[in-house]
Ligand binder design. Structure first.
Ligand SMILES: [Zn+2]
Length: 502
């Protein structure tokens, strides 16, 4: 296996990866605060770390992946109050929704999915440790972390104490010793979920949960901690202060990984810009796997430009939206699935057995490992996938001058490796026919085609062919062609596809 090198946000450089325990990786990702439908930015961040997790497995590591659910939070409490709903009930509902959406995007469920509401004892335990060793203090039922008590504070984000003072001015709280101090525990307010604690009834602040859950599920010291760049400050900075404050220097995550922003036509995604697209919306428009394919062609640390063309109605509401770059990704993905479909059909009559293959037919997995070991360079893997698919199609198109068994074996190997490596990026996991048919339905919708009329013509053609009325069968091919529909003869009858040249 190639040596793994990771860009560590804390040290701000690419360094060799040495796990706490050889061959094993403990990995923590800050998960969602489920109070509303997940947007495409959530799917992007989750996709980056799903790729990293799968890449670690391809590189031979045994991975334990923990992703939390923040089910107790100001945003949930506020949204639930507005909807007249129980906050925990609302977060449960949107957690289920989140997990359904992430599955849609090919994101594997975490090994452990801890929730705040089931980790109150662990949170109280860390908080008590911090109070006992003088790093936190209580003020009438609230507990604050004293930033001044943790000398290395600010190292991850590069924030200076002056920056912190300036940033905190908007939020002056007389009870805090310093403006940058943050809440570990908040005294109960009416209508909010609360639990008993040594400081009276209350609930955790946001940051403390991750420190408590990391310790509970990965130990006081573990390998990788991930999240979006937007979490570096204050969230991850505070996590470090809490965990190292409680467990000592050198504990907590040894490497920090942060994914880049998803930008919308140069703008950061925001509800006020009206460019918050939900996961479901993207999946319906272009297919979740196409989005995953698109993400994989960017390095996880680079910003991703997410283009869309929108028309708005008189009220300024979005009327129609097109996602051209995702549509292009979907076309390219269709090429890969069509390649796999051809390979499957070819290999069905024999895979050539063991033995030699043509040059370049057995290098894909190693090339992928090489690229992924260089700070998870997915775009290089994408290029290697493209080369492998090109070679497979070339071998399928023509076998001149190649031993029959060698050709068969090479095509079978390319098919298997395309799937192995594709799966590492969370793509090419479906049966080709399922993906191609699903895509066809999306194109029918996008083009506004009359599906029932097409299906009727296809049935008529099958009947005509059965009756050996080939003139009529050919005429039908001509009738659907202007609609952009192409008929395909298969062993089980006529299939059809929507031509999509872009
Ligand atoms: Zn966190």
């Amino acid at each position: 296996m190639p040596e793994l090198r990771i860009y560590d946000s804390f040290r701000r450089q690419k360094i060799p990866f040495t796990p706490v325990e050889p061959g094993k990786v403990g990995m923590y990702l800050c998960g969602p605060t489920p109070y509303a439908a997940a947007h495409i930015g959530h799917a992007y961040s989750a996709s980056c770390f799903d790729m990293i997790r799968r890449a670690l497995v391809l590189l031979g590591y045994q991975v334990k992946f923990v992703r939390n659910i923040t089910d107790v939070d100001d945003k949930i409490i506020k949204a639930a109050a507005q909807a007249g709903e129980d906050p925990l009930e609302r977060s449960r509902r949107f957690t289920d929704e989140y997990n359904r959406e992430m599955r849609l995007f090919g994101i594997l469920p975490p090994d452990v999915e801890p929730r705040v509401s089931t980790h109150i004892a662990e949170i109280i335990d860390v908080t008590s440790k911090l109070v006992a060793n003088g790093k936190a203090y209580e003020v009438s039922g609230d507990v604050y972390y004293s930033v001044a008590s943790f000398a290395p504070y600010g190292q991850l984000s590069g924030q200076t104490p002056d920056d912190l003072r300036a940033g905190a001015r908007v939020d002056v709280d007389e009870r805090k010793r310093a403006p940058a101090d943050f809440a570990l525990w908040k005294a109960a307010k009416p209508g909010e979920p609360s639990w008993d604690s040594p400081w009276g009834k209350g609930r955790p602040g946001w940051h403390i949960e991750c420190s408590a859950m990391c310790a509970a599920h990965l130990g006081e010291t573990f390998d990788l901690h991930g999240g979006g760049k937007d979490l570096i400050f204050p969230h991850h900075e505070n996590e470090i202060a809490q965990s190292q404050g409680a467990y000592g220097p050198g504990t907590f995550a040894h490497y920090w990984l942060h994914n880049g922003f998803l930008n919308f036509d140069g703008e950061k995604m925001s509800r006020s810009e009206g460019n918050v697209f939900t996961c479901t919306q993207i999946a319906d428009a272009v297919g979740a796997e196409a989005a995953r394919f698109f993400f994989s062609s960017h390095h996880y640390r680079s910003p991703v430009e997410f283009e869309y063309e929108a028309t708005r109605d008189a009220d300024g509401k979005l009327a129609t939206i097109r996602f051209r770059s995702l549509e292009a990704a979907d076309r390219r993905l269709a090429y890969f699935y069509e390649t796999l479909s051809r390979i499957d059909a070819f290999v069905a009559s024999g895979d050539g057995g063991p033995g030699a293959v043509v040059a370049g037919a057995d290098t894909l997995v190693n090339d992928a490992r090489e690229a992924l070991s260089d700070d998870f360079n997915a775009p290089v893997v994408m290029a290697a996938l493209g080369e492998a698919a090109k070679l497979a199609n070339k071998l399928l198109d023509e076998g001149k001058g190649i031993d029959k068994q060698v050709r068969r074996r090479s095509i079978a190997r390319l098919g298997a490796d395309l799937r192995t490596v594709g799966n590492t990026l969370g793509i090419l996991t479906a049966a080709p026919i399922d993906y191609l048919h699903e895509r066809r339905e999306r194109l029918v919708k996008r083009r506004g085609l009359d599906r029932a009329a097409i299906v009727a013509l296809v049935a008529e053609r099958d009947a005509a062919r059965k009756a050996k009325d080939f003139a009529r069968a050919d005429a039908i091919r001509g009738e659907v062609a202007p609609l952009g529909v192409e008929l395909l003869d298969t062993p089980t009858g006529t299939d059809w596809r929507v031509v999509d040249a872009g």
